[in-house]
Design a binder for this molecule. Structure first.
Ligand code: ZN
Length: 133
């Protein structure tokens, strides 16, 4: 059975990211011209406007910057509530992620998280976040 999930949009700018999750890597876009980390990804570097883009593999650890506990409306393929956090990666970029093993009343700002990968099917592996032990 294929899980019914909300599929993220994939395009030229984000394909490397999804290739990364499939390989068990959390990839952060990086400018090949000036070395700045670039997140969210876009066509041109926010620092030097170069289009020459690569990526670096993140350590996969970070800290909760803020979060929301989503209780309503229903999300296809999800049991509510779900915890969505803004996570400050140790590399210094901030990304949105789903926290899967922390209850809505336990999540807190500053909590340390580690990424894990939830393989949905051949085309999609979603990054999820768990509390560091
Ligand atoms: Zn640059």
């Amino acid at each position: 059975m294929t899980a019914h999930v909300v599929r993220p949009m994939k395009n030229r700018d984000s394909q490397f990211f999804w290739d990364g999750t499939a390989a068990g890597e959390l990839r952060i876009p990086k400018c090949n011209a000036c070395g700045s980390l670039r997140f969210p990804p876009g066509p041109a570097c926010q620092s030097c406007e170069a289009f020459d883009r690569g990526y670096e593999v993140a350590a996969g650890t970070g800290t909760v910057f803020s979060y929301v506990v989503h209780r309503h409306p229903p999300v296809p393929g999800k049991e509510l509530p779900i915890v969505i956090a803004l996570i400050d990666l140790d590399e210094g970029v901030r990304m949105v992620g789903e926290v899967v093993d922390v209850a809505g009343d336990e999540i807190e700002i500053g909590m340390r998280l580690r990424v894990d990968f939830n393989r949905i099917d051949d085309d999609l592996t979603l990054p999820v976040w768990k509390r560091t032990q």
